[in-house]
Design a protein around this ligand. Structure first.
Ligand code: ACO
Length: 403
């Protein structure tokens, strides 16, 4: 729609586009999505090839620097990240101050925001060397903070990172090492984690990435901008969906409900319920990440010898949906979150950690998008217009005269 009235007089026509369904806020060379065909590429490389052959830090390098690294560049980058996983002792103590039942996304957001207090020399968004260092610190320290958020909830002591391990092995050990000496990460689990993080690493102008860009457009520092992204990702319509899928599957099972009856409720929009993990603003076809995730779910469950009836239930719901007019007409297919929770649960993560894992994965995308925004000469401070619908001018009514 087009805004008319006083606003038009002052500024010309205004486009009314709630949810930015048709409004581009950036030109970007990072991620390409064809939602109709189910295509996703980072810097031109198909997501399937990256998930199959690359590592999370190599993909992080690709997203942030624009090209795949040479062997030497990758080794330097990996070692820069892997030796920065420790947190300042005082900062580490901050994590003890949160209540045990705090949501780990809230702890992570506070932690990332807190990095601004420790690296005050790195806050100038235009100092490229300092931004590079901040990016490396974020990649290194966010998994440590995520593991601390988990241990806090468990009431377990916080461990020190062991920088002889890879970033992901270290993260798994920091999270699950209890007692420390006995924890050895299973290579199948490590590889699955790498792949899941790669699949989540960027997704162009989604809600959290747009939040990072919007906050950054005010020239707020990288840590602060990323913490805004974590806040956006915590919402159930975005990153919280993987947890919501598990809750939905648990509820169907707890109530002993027939999957078909549940789907009828969804279709009738009873109590506003949706089939969580289904549908996507951009994909109107099978989410290419969901296909891959289903394969990882099979591998990990088989390797760990886990039998999870939720996987069967999820597959049943998918089968019903793919044949049902309601879902077909609306072009609703499984998105990346439909099966991830089942894998995370098999590895040992509680539900409230799922979105935290998504945040670790999305981090390189947020960094790359923030950098692109900062260096784009066409960037302007993000400042949408509105269509005013409130009262016309009226006079203040003194309290005694109000009825
Ligand atoms: N279950 C049932 N119906 C649905 C679903 C769903 N999961 N998703 C959309 N619909 C229906 C809507 O009711 C609407 O139907 P109507 O025209 O009869 O009213 C139609 O499909 C279009 O839905 P919109 O909400 O307009 O689509 P939008 O693009 O705004 O929403 C979203 C996308 C938020 C992802 C939505 O599909 C949803 O809520 N899905 C469930 C939550 C989820 O899985 N989120 C994860 C997103 S992916 C990610 O963050 C990684």
């Amino acid at each position: 729609g087009i805004g008319i009235g006083p606003l038009r007089k002052a500024t010309g026509a205004v486009t009314y586009d709630p949810g930015f369904m048709n409004t581009a806020n950036a030109k970007s060379s990072i991620t390409y999505i064809d939602g109709d065909e189910g295509v996703l590429r980072y810097r031109g490389y198909p997501i399937e090839q990256l998930a199959e052959q690359s590592s999370f830090l190599e993909v992080s390098y690709l997203l942030i620097h624009g090209e795949l690294p040479t062997q030497g560049q990758l080794e330097t980058f990996v070692s820069q990240v892997e030796r920065r996983t420790l947190l300042d002792e005082r900062f580490k103590r901050m994590f003890d101050g949160f209540p045990r039942d705090a949501h780990p996304m809230a702890v992570l957001q506070a932690g990332v925001s807190g990095l601004s207090t420790f690296y005050q020399d790195s806050l100038n968004p235009f100092d490229e060397e300092q931004v590079r260092l901040s990016s490396v610190r974020l990649l290194a320290k966010m998994p440590t903070m995520a593991a601390y958020a988990h241990r806090l909830a468990q009431g377990h002591a916080l461990l020190y990172p062991d920088n002889r391990l890879s970033l992901i092995e270290n993260f798994l050990r920091l999270t699950f090492g209890f007692p420390v000496e006995e924890y050895i990460a299973d290579p199948v689990v490590v590889r699955a984690m790498e792949q899941l993080l790669i699949l989540h690493a960027d997704h162009e102008q989604n809600c959290s990435t747009s939040a990072v860009r919007l906050v950054g457009s005010a020239q707020a520092n990288l840590f602060t901008s990323i913490s805004a992204g974590i806040g956006a990702l915590s919402g159930p319509a975005h990153g919280g969906a993987n947890a919501a899928v598990m809750e939905m599957l648990d509820q169907i099972r707890a109530e002993g409900m027939d999957p078909r009856d549940f789907m009828e409720k969804v279709k009738n929009k009873e109590e506003g319920i949706r089939l969580m993990g289904f549908g996507h603003r951009v994909y109107k076809n099978y989410d290419p990440r969901a296909k891959f995730v289903k394969k990882i779910a099979d591998d990990v469950l088989e390797r760990l010898g886990v039998h999870d009836e939720r996987l069967e239930l999820a597959m049943k719901l998918e089968e019903i949906a793919l044949k049902d007019d309601y879902f077909v007409e609306r072009r609703l297919y499984p998105n990346v979150d439909f099966y991830t929770g089942i894998i995370y649960r098999a590895i040992g993560f509680p539900t409230h950690m799922f979105t935290v894992l998504f945040a670790i994965g999305r981090l390189p995308g947020w960094i790359a998008q923030w950098q692109e925004m900062i260096h784009d000469p066409e960037t302007k401070i993000g400042r949408p217009r509105q269509i005013y619908t409130g009262a016309a001018e009226r006079d203040y009514v003194p309290m005694a005269a109000r009825t």
